[in-house]
Design a protein around this ligand. Structure first.
Ligand code: ADP
Length: 312
C-alpha cells in the first residue's frame, strides 16, 4: 500500500458525481488532517489505469503553490478504486459564498479572491498544466481564507461514465467558445475565459451566461459579447462544431458595455474582464498578462485573506 494515511478515521466529508470524500490524517502526523477522495473508477480502467493518467497524477503531486490544492499521495485501495490524498480545506468553496444571501462582500474581497485564483492558474500554466474546469465550485477555501484551485478533471478522466448519470452536471457556463465549437487544439487561455466567467459571477452573484445546452450557451455568449465571425475570429467557421448564427449577428461589445453591465467593477475592472472574455483565443490575454493589469494596483486594495467573508 502506497499510502501513509491512516484508515482509522473515516468521517464522510461529502459526495460528488464521481467520488466520495472522507476525512483522514497522515499516519505520522495525526494532527494534520487530509481529505481522501475515493474515485469511483471506470470498469475499463480497473485492470490497470492508463499510464498517461497515472503520469498526470504524479505530475500534479509535484506542483506546490499556495493557490493550488496540495496532492499528498495517490494510492489504489483493495476495491481497486483510486484514492487521492488531498489537502483538507474546511471552509467550503466560492460557489457557497456567492449563493449565501447572508454573506455580503465588496470589490476589495472580489479582488482578493480573483488575485488568488489568477495566481494559482498562472502557476499551473507555467508548469504546463491546463485546468479546463474552473468554476466557483472548484475553488475551495482554506481555514486562513486562501482560495485553492481544486479538481483537475482527474475524477472525471478516471470515473465510470455510467455512474450517476442523473445528477451529472455538465459545467457549460464557464466553457470558452473554442471548446463549445469543438476545437481539438486549444491553449491555456481556455482557463482565462473561465476565470472571466467567475469574475462576472462574483460581481453579479448569479452566473453571467447560463445556457441550457451547448447551442444555447453559444447563443448566449454571442448575445452577451458579440457573435463570433471570420472578421473578429479568423478560422472560427472551420471549427468542427461551428454553427452559423443565422440572421442575428451581434457586433463585438466594447468598453461601454462592460461598464454598463458591471458598474461595480469600475472602468479598470471592466477593461480587465473584457481582456479575459475575448472571443478569439489568440487575442485573449494570458494569465501572465492578466497579472500585469493595473486593476490589481488600483483602489480598492484587496482584502487581506484573514479578513475575507467566510461561510457561517
Ligand atoms: P463536487 O465537485 O461535486 O462537489 P467532489 O467529489 O469534488 O464533488 O467533492 C464532494 C464534496 O466533498 C465537496 O462538496 C466537499 O464538501 C467535500 N470535499 C472535497 N474536497 C475536499 C477537501 N479537499 N477538503 C474538504 N472537503 C472536501
Amino acid at each position: 500500500e502506497a499510502s501513509n494515511t491512516s484508515p482509522a478515521r473515516h468521517r464522510k466529508l461529502g459526495e460528488g458525481t464521481y467520488a466520495v470524500v472522507y476525512l483522514g490524517h497522515l499516519r505520522l502526523e495525526p494532527q494534520s488532517l487530509v481529505a481522501i477522495k475515493k474515485i469511483k473508477v471506470n470498469a475499463e480502467y480497473r485492470d490497470g489505469l492508463s499510464m498517461d493518467a497515472i503520469r498526470e497524477v504524479k505530475y500534479l503531486q509535484e506542483l506546490s503553490h499556495p493557490n493550488v490544492i496540495a496532492l499528498h499521495d495517490v494510492f489504489s485501495s483493495k476495491d481497486r478504486n483510486l484514492n487521492l490524498v488531498l489537502e483538507y480545506l474546511p471552509l467550503g468553496d466560492l460557489e457557497m459564498l456567492i449563493k449565501d444571501e447572508n454573506i455580503q462582500y465588496g470589490l476589495a474581497d472580489i479582488k482578493a479572491w480573483m488575485g488568488m485564483l489568477v495566481r494559482g492558474v498562472w502557476f499551473c500554466h507555467e508548469n504546463f498544466v491546463i485546468h479546463r474546469d474552473i468554476k466557483p465550485n472548484n475553488l475551495l477555501i482554506a481555514s486562513d481564507g486562501e482560495v485553492k484551485l481544486a479538481d483537475f478533471g482527474l475524477a472525471r478522466s478516471f470515473a465510470d461514465p455510467y455512474l450517476n448519470m442523473t445528477h451529472q452536471v455538465i459545467t457549460r457556463w464557464y466553457r470558452p467558445p473554442e471548446l463549445l465549437f469543438g476545437a481539438r487544439q486549444y491553449s491555456a487561455v481556455v482557463d482565462v475565459w473561465s476565470i472571466g466567467m467567475v469574475f462576472a459571477e462574483l460581481l453579479l452573484r448569479v452566473p453571467f451566461v447560463a445556457g441550457n445546452s451547448d447551442m444555447d450557451q453559444i447563443a448566449k455568449i454571442s448575445e452577451a459579447f458579440g457573435t463570433p465571425t471570420e472578421e473578429n475570429w479568423p478560422g472560427v467557421t472551420s471549427l468542427p462544431n461551428y454553427v452559423p448564427p443565422g440572421d442575428r449577428v451581434n457586433p463585438l461589445q466594447g468598453r461601454e458595455f462592460f461598464l454598463r453591465q458591471f458598474p461595480t467593477a469600475g472602468p479598470v475592472g471592466g477593461d480587465l474582464l473584457m481582456s479575459m472574455t475575448t472571443l478569439d483565443p489568440r487575442k485573449r490575454n494570458s494569465t501572465r498578462k492578466i497579472l500585469e493589469h493595473s486593476w490589481w494596483r488600483s483602489d480598492p486594495k484587496p482584502t487581506p485573506k484573514e479578513a475575507l467573508p467566510k461561510k457561517s
